[in-house]
Every structure is written in C-alpha cells, then in structure tokens.
Design a protein around this ligand. Structure first.
Ligand code: HEM
Length: 201
C-alpha cells in the first residue's frame, strides 16, 4: 500500500517533469498569445484605415489604435526576445523531420525579424511625416527621427512591403499549427498551449 502511494507520487512527478520539458515556459506562452491577439487586430486595422471613403471619426479611431498598439507590440517583441534568450525553448519533438524543423526555425526567425522591422518602419513613417503617436507624445518622448517627407515615403513602402511578408508568414504559421493539432495530433500545438497555467516552469 505504502509502495503504491510512492509509485503514484513518482509517476506524477515524472509526468509533471515531462510536461515542463516539452512545453514553452508560462511567460513565453502568455506573451505569444497576447501578441497573437494584438497582431490579428492590428493588421486588419492597418488595412481598413487607409481605405478611401471611411467615416472620419472611425478612421481616426483606427489610426490611433493601430499606431499605439503597434508601438506596444514593438515593446512586447523586445521583452519576448530577451525572455527567449534567457529561457531557450524546449527541444523540438522527435516526430518532426529535419526539414520540418528547419522550415519552422526559419519561419520563426523571419517572424521575429519582421516584428521589429514592421513597427519600426511604421514609427518612422509617422514621425518623419510629422504626425502624432498619442501614447509616446503623452509621455513626452521626443521623435527619434528627423521630419522628412522622403524618409516618410521610404518607411511607408517598407512598412507595407514587409507587412505583406509578415502576413504571409503568419498565415503559414497558423496553417502549420492547425495541421499539427487537427491532422497530425502530435502534441506540437500543446507546446504553446494553454496561454496561462498548464504546469510549467
Ligand atoms: C506589428 C506591428 C504592425 C503591423 C503588423 C502593421 C501592419 C500594417 C498594415 C498591414 C498596414 C496597411 C498597409 C497599407 O495599406 O499601406 C499598415 C498601415 C499603417 N501603419 Fe502599421 N503595422 C504595425 C505597426 C505600426 C506602428 C508601430 C505604426 C506607427 C507608430 C504604424 C503606422 C501605420 C501607418 C501610418 C499606416 C498607413 C500607411 C500609410 O498609408 O501611410 N504601424 N500597418
């Protein structure tokens, strides 16, 4: 009887240990899902707000949302990258082939890079164009770029072009996640799920 109780404790410990090793840390998952929700709202806001014929106050609202949440996303990606550098992700599941691992790594690296480039280009487009970013202005943070129409135009093109690339990668990323969870059911999705809790470090 005593022995069975001990076995149960050991079994639970081993299971918990296995879970902590195969899942991203709690902060990494929390940041991932918070950013996912914000990005999936920020992209449509950016696409809609530049359409002609919009109600003026709705358009202003979309611009304010897009610029300020965009800046927040830039801060969050810095925090997320710093966390990741100090807390390496769990090893990739052995069910993945070498080519799948390579594609996943490249996609993730490209998304990290674009999550820096796209909001920075958005910032430059707005500030070089002489427009406000309400949250930064309220904090009296001065513009980090000079006022220049030429610079604003370049930044606009970069923001748009790399924004499209980011959208394509996000679509691929979501497609791959759905494929793993719905078709292969190989536990890849549960490495990043649930957003909070779930027995991790
Ligand atoms: C991850 C963050 C961001 C994403 C994914 C994103 C994405 C987009 C997308 C898809 C568009 C539509 C492109 C077009 O049709 O021209 C757009 C437009 C725009 N974005 Fe962002 N954006 C982000 C951050 C920011 C930031 C931080 C700012 C400024 C503080 C900003 C300012 C703008 C502006 C001003 C436009 C309109 C461009 C124009 O026509 O001048 N964005 N964004």
């Amino acid at each position: 009887m005593k022995c069975k109780g001990l076995d149960l404790v050991r079994f639970k410990e081993a299971k918990a240990d296995g879970m902590t090793q195969s899942r991203y840390t709690g902060p990494a998952r929390g940041l991932h899902w918070l950013m996912a929700v914000l990005i999936l709202l920020t992209i449509p806001a950016g696409l809609i707000m530049v359409q002609p014929g919009l109600d003026r106050s709705f358009q202003n609202w979309l611009f304010i949302y897009h610029k300020n949440v965009g800046v927040l996303l830039l801060l969050l990606i810095v925090v997320r990258l710093l966390w990741r550098l100090r807390n390496p992700p769990p090893p990739k599941p052995s069910s993945l082939t070498a080519i799948q691992v390579r594609i996943a790594e490249l996609t993730h690296k490209a998304m990290y890079a674009l999550l820096f480039v796209v909001p920075i280009a958005g910032y430059v487009r707005v500030k070089a164009g002489g427009f406000p970013i309400e949250s930064l202005d309220a904090l009296n943070i001065p513009s980090l770029v000079p006022r220049s129409e030429a610079l604003a135009e370049v930044a606009k093109t970069v923001h748009y072009g790399f924004g499209l690339l980011l959208m394509a990668l996000i679509a691929m990323h979501i497609g791959a996640a759905l494929f793993h969870t719905m078709v292969k059911q190989d536990g890849v999705f549960s490495r990043m799920w649930p957003p909070v809790g779930g027995g991790t470090r």
